[in-house]
Design a protein around this ligand. Structure first.
Ligand code: PA5
Length: 426
């Protein structure tokens, strides 16, 4: 269970005051009758997911693991951030996994795209192309290039067998490609938006290929639904209310702080979830993220003594995936023998304690603490559900639709017009 600790929030917040607002927002989520109600398929997905599709995902993952050096995951935004966050959080940054997972289709950088394609020249690879609309430019361009390379290397027939697509069940350009070339196909349900899709094939296929126990991940999500899907005594809603109160108290920025480099991508996923859901109608918190202690040596000064614009949400993971002790040194020239025999987790946790006290008590930066036991597949499945529920709650408290992203379309229209896409004018 995720514990929300409020000792360093620097104010007393009476949750009872928000009882009615929370109950109303909870009912909008459960009854699916608020703004964006058609996109609440994720809320009970940990119970309702397609078991037959999960079996196909596991079979495909086995096939990919046995036959290819690389899985190229082509997707952007909600169509890749969840899988990337989960793979790094659970496997770490230098896991021994095979095949290698490369994320592609999330950029228009010619250098990145060309370097990946050059790297693949000497590798065997499969592609998991993920796009609900099937028309996202970054993903579609990358997929066309990767597919061309694959066909050139292995021929059209083998290439078609090495392509796995995740898209809408009934519509879109990618669905047409699947039908024409017979790619293995998985569904991103119509009632689930990209940033809420990590429990679907969008997240599960790349995760399964990375060797992650996807059933444990879904079991964590189900536990999340039990703990954070209820109207009362709900820590996710409590966190949603805290964010709302701090925003109204004059803090426009929330910084998610972790103490693990393998959680950088979790921060990216979290930023998309909250930023794209909440940043509307000229309201909402700016989500930012930082990895300590690394970023204490860059952003630490600003947080401690800069403009008082932010509060921190610190993710405390009790048990690290691995630990290592500081060894004895005869000369002790580096003066570290006082740490001899201590685990790095102990040192890291003392750094965290000291930093929270420095930022909150001295710097007067409110700190919300989210405490969890372990960052394994089950723990992460639960944590992501916690954040999704908290996000829906925060948005409804702010009276915005958590599930659309009208602002994202503006740049696309401009870009299409400038590129001369048929139907778009400058
Ligand atoms: O959260 C979202 O809905 C977006 O980030 C989308 O996932 C992203 O724009 C990619 O869209 P698509 O899956 O249609 O290619």
């Amino acid at each position: 269970m995720i514990k929300v600790k409020t000792d360093h929030v620097l104010r007393t917040i009476d949750m009872a005051q928000f009882k009615e607002q929370v109950a109303r927002a909870h009912s909008l989520i459960e009854e699916r009758n608020g703004p964006g109600g058609d996109f609440l398929g994720w809320a009970h997905y940990p119970e309702t997911y397609d078991k037959e599709e999960l079996a196909r995902i596991k079979a495909a993952a086995k096939e990919i693991r046995e036959n290819y050096d690389v899985l190229l995951v082509c997707g952007i935004g909600g169509s890749y951030l969840g899988a990337r966050a989960a793979i790094e959080a659970i496997n770490g940054l230098y896991g021994k996994g095979k095949p290698e997972i490369i994320f592609f289709g999330q950029t228009l950088s010619p250098t990145y795209v060309k370097q990946v394609l050059d790297y693949l020249e000497t590798k065997t690879f499969a592609i998991n192309v993920i796009s609900k609309s099937g028309t996202t430019t970054e993903t579609a361009v990358a997929f066309r290039l990767a597919r061309d390379l694959l066909i050139r290397k292995v021929g059209a027939e083998k290439a078609a067998k090495a392509i796995y697509a995740t898209t809408d069940k009934e519509k879109g350009a990618l669905l047409q490609l699947c039908k024409k070339y017979g790619y293995e196909r998985y569904v991103l349900p119509a009632d689930i938006g990209g940033r809420y899709s990590v429990y679907t094939a969008v997240g599960l296929l790349p995760m399964a290929v990375a060797g992650i126990d996807v059933e444990a991940f879904l079991a964590g999500a189900k536990k999340g639904l039990e703990l954070y899907g209820k109207a009362e005594n709900n820590p996710a809603y409590e966190y949603g209310v805290l964010r709302h109160v701090l925003y109204k108290a004059g803090y426009p920025v929330e910084m998610l702080v972790t103490y693990e480099p393998s959680l950088v991508q979790l921060g990216e996923w979290w930023k998309q979830l909250f930023g794209e859901s909440e940043g509307k109608d000229h309201t909402g918190l700016l989500p930012d993220s930082a990895t300590f202690t690394t970023d204490l040596h860059s952003l630490g000064q600003f947080i401690q003594e800069g403009s008082p614009v932010l509060f921190e949400t610190v993710l405390e993971v009790e048990k690290p995936t691995m630990d290592i002790t500081v060894p004895h040194d005869e000369d002790d020239l580096d003066g570290l023998n006082y740490l001899e025999g201590k685990g790095l987790n102990y040192v890291n946790s003392k750094a965290r304690e000291g930093t929270i006290a420095a930022h909150a008590e001295v710097g007067k930066v409110p700190n919300i603490l989210l405490n969890m036991e372990k960052m394994d597949a089950e723990g992460l499945g639960e944590l992501m559900y916690f954040f999704m529920r908290a996000c829906a709650m925060s948005c409804y408290l702010n009276e915005v639709n958590p599930f659309n992203q009208p602002g994202v379309e503006v740049y696309k229209k401009n870009m299409f017009a400038l590129l001369g896409k048929p139907g778009y004018t400058k």
